[in-house]
Design a protein around this ligand. Structure first.
Ligand code: AMP
Length: 282
């Protein structure tokens, strides 16, 4: 395990890999690592000669300062976890001014409208922040492949668009959602829930499964009403959105078309923590 905070030192250690044309896999994270992150790292290890994991809580993708402040951080623990799966992972954990320079600002992007749906509608500037930090990291690390979880499905689609826009020769690999035994999607934010809230949070996945099971025989408007009612029966939650969207455009679907592929998406608050999850429908 090698930890770098400096981009020049990181590039120096990566140079032999470029020179020998070895394949480099990259897993960007914000740390507080869990099995979901490790599944991405394992896939990257299987498919590449060398793997870089970045650990950086990116300030420009947070719309609320309080959320950024409360975001869990555990660098030492993260390093131990990565060491436990493989001894040769390279970790890049820069601080914000080193990565961005003096002005920690995001660049405005246009992701063909993907940025206006769901997360984009509820978190102002979020995807500009995501695009900016990934563009910086991609240009420093120059990976052949970069790994992203379907947990953040909208982000995954936007990153595919980002490499097109920035003309970066990087293959974006989407990886399945890892879940706790009760179905809750693993997330660094789950650390902020107590045991009872973590149990209650399983309702999000139960609802998504219910929608998946009914999708073939039920209209989208009936499914939407049903989900709204289910959440009303669980006042511990505040439902921010429920959407059934086309996976390519991420636009909310009103009617099903056989040729389209859909996913259901939920964002909900419990105990002051915002959770997101999604599921494939057809
Ligand atoms: P984050 O540290 O939350 O920015 O996540 C870093 C990467 O891990 C992103 O590509 C996420 O989509 C992915 N990820 C987070 N949670 C999970 C999960 N439960 N299963 C699979 N991938 C995940």
């Amino acid at each position: 395990m090698k930890l770098y905070k400096n981009k020049v030192e990181l590039q120096h250690i990566l140079k032999p890999f470029f020179d020998q044309k070895k394949s480099l896999g990259f897993v960007p994270t914000m740390g507080a690592l869990h099995e979901g992150h490790l599944s991405l790292v394992n896939e990257a290890l299987e498919e590449n000669d060398c793997v870089v994991v970045s650990i950086f809580v990116n300030p420009t993708q947070f719309d609320k300062k309080s959320d950024l402040k409360k975001y869990p951080r555990s660098l030492e623990n993260d390093i131990d976890l990565l060491n436990s799966i493989h001894g040769d992972i390279i970790v890049f954990a820069p601080d914000a001014t080193h990565l961005y320079g003096e002005h920690i600002l995001s660049k405005p992007y246009s992701f063909s409208g993907l940025e206006f749906e769901m997360e984009g509608r509820h978190r102002a500037g979020h995807f500009d922040g995501v695009g900016t930090v990934l563009n910086l990291l991609f240009r420093i690390i120059r990976p052949n492949k970069a790994y992203f979880g379907q947990k953040d499905f909208q982000q995954l689609q936007i990153v595919k668009k980002l490499v097109e826009i920035e003309q970066l020769p990087i293959t974006i690999v989407g990886c399945p959602i890892m879940r706790e035994q009760n179905g809750v999607a693993m997330s660094s934010r789950n650390r902020r829930l107590n045991a009872s809230q973590l149990n209650q949070a399983a309702m999000i996945y139960r609802t998504l499964k219910d929608v998946q099971n009914r999708f073939d025989q039920t209209s989208i408007s009936k499914l939407k009403t049903r989900v709204k009612t289910l959440f009303e029966e669980h006042p511990e939650f505040e439902l921010e959105y429920f959407e059934i969207a086309n996976v390519n455009t991420l636009k909310s679907a009103e009617r099903k078309r056989k040729t389209n592929t859909y996913r259901a998406f939920i964002a909900a608050w419990i105990g002051g923590v915002r959770l997101i999850d999604n599921i494939a429908l057809n």
